[in-house]
Ligand binder design. Sequence first.
Ligand code: GMT
Length: 373
Amino acid sequence: MNIGITCYPTYGGSGAIAAELGQALARKGHKVHFVSYSIPFRLQEYSQNIYFHNVEVMPYPLFKYPPYTLALAAKMADVALEAELDILHVHYAVPHATCAFLARHMLRDRDIKVITTLHGTDITLVGSDKSFYRITRFSIEESQGVTAVSESLKRDTQSLFEIDTDIRVIPNFVDVNRFRRGDGHCDISNFVDDDEKVIVHVSNFRPVKRIGDIIRMYAEVRTRVKCKLLLVGEGPERIPMQELVRELGLQDGVVFLGEQEGVDRILSCSDLYLLPSEQESFGLSALEAMSCGVPVIGANAGGLPELVRHGVTGFITEVGDIDQMARHATELLADDDYRQTIGRQARQRVLDNFADEAVVPQYEAYYDEVLHG
Ligand code: GMT
């Protein structure tokens, strides 16, 4: 198949999944054309069957807001024609599903199918805002196929937009060979002493992630277990969180690593992963941690309970319940056998349900279904 993929190229789960999916499809012989304003962050290396088409927006003094959305739609249509695309698969509805709708209608004599994958905040925060509500609902309804990364996101979409569009749930996936425990590709010895346990969180540092809860929880846990907290990522919460760490006097225990390529090298030697978000449609970073055999403590929000099995692969706690998180974290970090058992169960759950080899064929089958009815 010839497949066009559009996503946000910057750090974030939707861009990561789009890039991983494109690469997996390319390895299987499909021709994959990425259309975006820069190369997706997980797509830096050359690989066969992958093409990148840059969207440029012409600057003009009249434009207070350069019309990226129109330039993207025009580029999608050009690429669809030149590369004879069968499918345009857009990740994150706003504005990509609308651009794809435009591109499809520009190419009247070529029946290109649009598939929109909903990732989470495109529905729960952005798409449901009144400024985007109507156009997001329209663009979802006009897609020839719609997927969501969890049952919870499917339900949220249908209820927020009051639509009964058929939405296929295809969960996020992970490369289980790259995201695996230890054996040499672990790389955090500069930050952590041999006798210290490692707690990790990776995100785009938005308020929705509740990083303050992690820091407060860490303040509690470190009074009982020797441990460090590694915070990976960048975003609006970074500076306030650095201030909080100073306020609580935790500077010797919390390391802000900023954005990092190759988070597998951090996760593969971590002991505990935290994702206490107030909304999380899936939690790709938690999945990547689980694939590395790391137990996860996550919030009872969105799709996280579909991923983390309470008491089996980690723990689910109520949003904002710092004491409960601290209790579970201490239990896990203080008992190596227990933690390793939970970690093994986490890895097994990933192998059974979320491995790339199991999930990518679900996308291929769905493409086939959309193309051939
Ligand atoms: O976490 C974010 O806000 C970024 C966002 C994105 O588009 O990159 O993440 C969403 O999509 C990920 C990939 O499907 C999911 O794993 C995240 O749970 C989801 N984030 C939220 O729902 C808050």
